[in-house]
Design a protein. Structure first.
Length: 348
């Protein structure tokens, strides 16, 4: 740590209890901000925006300038990893579109050897952001966890039933494990490059962890995450890793115990009592304000924030959403959230 005083986010990830808690928001840089929409028009498409270091850095910094969060999260996308492996990627109005991977032949066309060079613009963006951040503001990097990334790669985009990816995992687990291992290798390269460029915390997003029963959750969520965390800790032992296994339910506890993560991101439906008594006593927790209540604002937001701080304020807690900022969220509501967090003590 080269800073004069540890940053609030890093202090909490080290086990401290702070009041007020540090805060940041998933998808805090994006479409709800008019300055983002103006800048987005300068890029040919979303992928081009992510891979333009100057523009990606500016997008990352926009919410920090406006709201003063305790952390900036690098503007990027979890599907840049499949693209770097050689899978074509595009974005439509309804979400990402990839050429589906479904067999050994398609898998053989992927290559982890060029991931670092293909994602070098992301690392440059991280270095630019690090130089521009206020001294007390941490920089978070991220990647998708292997199961979630594999889901997009196999389904060819978003899915309602995940029949293709589950079908491969059940019918040919050894073949599917080769895809998971390839994604693991690429993810470690991606995260290590971000840390080398100045990122101080990394988060693994496992957005589709909650669709798996426990045996498959253990194999495709817990085990790959544990291996990624172990590899990062070997190279960067002081860099915290936050895991976010969205939808994991009761399996959050097993994830917390077995993966080796330093902090646990909570989705919106995790009960606060369960989080306090079964999770927060093991490691710092992050979350889990409903993005919909942030969109509504007003008294509903004030009440939800008070409840969250009352329930989790006695342990190490990073205040965040249980998922990303909704695109039509009024920026004034995020400003209100900032005041509710920073201008008051934890309610009793």
């Amino acid at each position: 740590m080269t800073d004069a005083a540890p940053k609030p986010l890093l202090r909490v990830l080290g086990g401290e209890v702070l009041d007020p808690p540090p805060w940041w928001l998933m998808r805090q840089a994006g479409r709800y901000l008019p300055e983002y929409r103006a800048l987005r028009a300068k890029a040919a498409d979303f992928v081009a925006l992510c891979l333009n270091p100057a523009l990606a850095a500016e997008v990352t910094l926009q919410p920090i300038r406006r709201f003063g969060m305790d952390a900036a999260i690098l503007f990027s996308d979890i599907l840049l990893v499949p693209r770097a492996l050689g899978q074509p990627l595009g974005f439509r109005d309804d979400g990402p579109a990839l050429e589906p991977i479904g067999d050994a032949g398609a898998l053989a066309r992927l290559n982890a050897g060029e991931v670092g060079s293909r994602l070098a613009p992301v690392f440059e963006a991280a270095a630019r952001v690090k130089e521009a951040l206020p001294p007390a503001t941490a920089l978070i990097g991220f990647a998708g966890a292997p199961w979630t990334v594999a889901s997009y790669m196999v389904e060819g985009g978003t899915s309602r039933d995940f029949v293709r990816v589950k079908g491969w995992a059940y019918a040919d687990p050894e073949g599917f494990s080769r895809l998971i291992e390839l994604i693991e290798t690429a993810t470690i390269t991606f995260l290590a490059g971000q840390v080398a460029a100045g990122v101080e915390v990394v988060q693994l997003f496992d957005s589709w962890a909650g669709i798996l029963p426990e045996p498959q959750f253990a194999r495709w969520v817990i085990a790959p995450t544990q291996r990624i965390v172990a590899a990062l800790k070997t190279r960067f032992p002081t860099v915290p890793v936050i895991g976010f296994p969205r939808g994991a339910g009761l399996l959050y506890e097993r994830y917390a115990v077995e993966t080796g993560v330093d902090g646990l991101g909570l989705d919106t439906v995790v009960p606060l009592g369960f989080a306090r008594t079964r999770l927060q006593n093991r490691l710092p927790v992050q979350g889990n304000l409903d993005p919909a209540v942030l969109r509504v604002g007003g008294a509903a937001l004030a009440g939800a924030v008070a409840d969250l701080r009352r329930e989790l304020g006695g342990g190490p807690h990073i205040l965040n959403l249980g998922h990303g900022v909704l695109p039509d969220t009024p920026p004034d509501n995020v400003a209100l959230l900032s005041r509710l967090i920073t201008e008051s003590r934890v309610p009793v």
